[in-house]
Design a protein around this ligand. Structure first.
Ligand code: UDX
Length: 453
């Protein structure tokens, strides 16, 4: 049963119902879209899980309704990979989402014009379809990554998936510039479960939605958008970069952790373009060996850095699941004392906009990638799973604004060399120029959108 609506927005306007999976990188773009729709005069109701629930006090203009799901551990545990989480969330949200939407429709919300649901939540797409509510799917990854998902049956029939070691460097026909090693993967695997998840998403999109909304912009993905439209015979709308559309000081974001704002003062004391920002996003986990190579690569590079070491971001050990950040290697802090700042969570958008930042060592989560592009910051890429593999390839080989740290971070000398090249080498300078061009194009896209506020 849906609970009572909390907060604002009880007028008689045409209404959009939104539903996002409870991941940081999904909720924030969805809430930005909600704010934009509201600013255009629509009523907005956000259905949401109780797990990682959005804070209604931050969005008094929106109405919030919890769906009261019951989640199994694997939906939320830091020990389960993204695929397990997605499958468990879809299963657990299906009935409560349907009930909540039906209850809205019955209970006086006859003004519901359409639903915008998470593009990974096939359960919500299908439920909206069954209830006769026109639905759009919001993709919080890139258009290229979504195309990769849609192509999965063809890739399987052509023998590209399951991925085989000896084919890793082969180009994938129809998905250029991707090679087999750049295809979406979960923990290096592409199991039957992965195939069935991808098939469920593609099936629900084809059967239940009237269009796709993608947090991207045409200057970087026009070709991919056109191909998606052709392949699905559905409209695909580029609506991004969403975070630029709400102006330079959008409402405070939902945050996984309290951002450590002290790092901004630390950056203030640094010369322009001198600091490498390092963060692997909100979900990725690396093993202890890769973490140590990252640490010693940073130490060996000699460059100043701001490093987000998130609780739970290193697999194994006592701190893997708690609120404590994983321990740094012995002697590391002594070695980098004057030039390294380590935080559990950073105000990332402000960090990337800071004049002291020269480059971003990123896992290529789509939000991080867009945020870096929008600030003209070149990247060092270390994709960890899923769409990050696809995005990393576009960053390095399509848009030319990133260098690889190495898909497997295995050797500290190589890491240090890549860091120095991105910060001070010729490759870094060329990337910076191109990143500046993309920044201008992103900003032009944002100002050209009729719904920008
Ligand atoms: C993953 C995927 O890779 C992404 O493409 C997908 O659509 C969602 O799941 P995630 O690990 O959350 O994403 O990365 P990303 O999409 O980059 O989002 C991370 C967000 O957290 C960014 O908006 C970033 O600004 C924010 N962040 C990260 C902080 O605010 N502070 C930090 O210290 C780290």
């Amino acid at each position: 049963m849906a609970g009572p609506e909390q907060h604002g927005d009880s007028g008689h306007r045409r209404r959009v119902v939104l539903f996002s999976l409870p991941f940081h990188g999904h909720l924030n773009p969805m809430l930005k879209l909600a704010a934009l729709l509201h600013a255009r005069g629509l009523g907005v109701t956000v259905l949401h899980t109780c797990f990682n629930a959005p804070d209604p006090a931050r969005h008094p203009e929106l109405a919030f309704v919890p769906i009261h799901e019951t989640l199994p551990d694997e939906a939320t545990s830091p020990d389960s990979d993204i695929l397990r989480k997605l499958l468990a969330l879809n299963a657990a949200c299906e009935a409560p989402f349907r009930a909540a939407l039906a209850s809205l429709l019955r209970g006086g919300r006859r003004d519901v014009a359409c639903a915008v649901v998470d593009g990974q939540c096939y359960a919500a797409m299908a439920a909206a379809g069954e209830l006769g509510v026109p639905a759009l799917a919001l993709r919080t990854d890139s258009a290229a990554s979504f195309r990769n998902m849609l192509a999965w049956p063809r890739l399987r029939d052509a023998g590209y998936v399951p991925i085989k070691e000896e084919q890793l460097d082969e180009p994938v026909p129809g998905l250029e510039p991707l090679r087999v090693r750049d295809l979406i993967r979960v923990d290096g695997r592409d199991t039957d479960e992965h195939c069935s998840f991808v098939a469920s998403v593609a099936g629900a999109v084809r059967a239940s939605v009237s269009g796709i909304v993608i947090n991207t912009f045409e200057a970087i993905e026009a070709a991919e958008l056109a191909k998606i439209q052709r392949e699905l015979s559905l409209p695909a709308f580029a609506v991004g970069p969403l975070h630029l559309l709400l102006g330079r000081t959008p409402p405070e974001e939902q945050s996984l952790h309290e951002p450590d704002r002290g790092c901004l003062a630390w950056l203030d004391a640094r010369p322009p373009r001198s600091v490498l920002y390092v963060s692997l996003g909100s979900l990725a986990r690396v093993d202890r060996g890769a973490f140590e190579v990252m640490a010693w690569g940073l130490a060996g590079s000699g460059v100043p850095f701001l490093w987000v070491v998130r609780p739970g971001s290193v697999a194994g050990g006592a701190a893997a699941a708690g609120d404590e950040a994983p321990p740094l290697p012995d002697r590391f802090e002594d070695e980098v004392r004057d030039r390294g700042k380590i935080v559990k969570w950073a105000p990332q958008r402000e960090v990337l906009a800071h004049a002291a930042i020269a480059a971003f060592w990123t896992h290529c989560g789509w939000n991080s990638t867009l945020e870096s592009i929008c600030e003209g910051v070149p990247m060092l890429v270390q994709p960890c799973f899923a769409d990050q593999m696809v995005t990393a390839r576009y960053v390095t080989h399509e848009w030319g604004v990133g260098l690889e740290v190495g898909e497997e971070v295995v050797e500290r000398g190589m890491v240090a060399k890549a860091v120095r090249e991105a910060m001070a080498g010729d490759g870094g300078a060329r990337m910076r120029e191109r990143a500046h061009r993309l920044q201008m194009q992103a900003s032009a896209a944002a100002t050209s959108r009729p719904w920008t506020v």
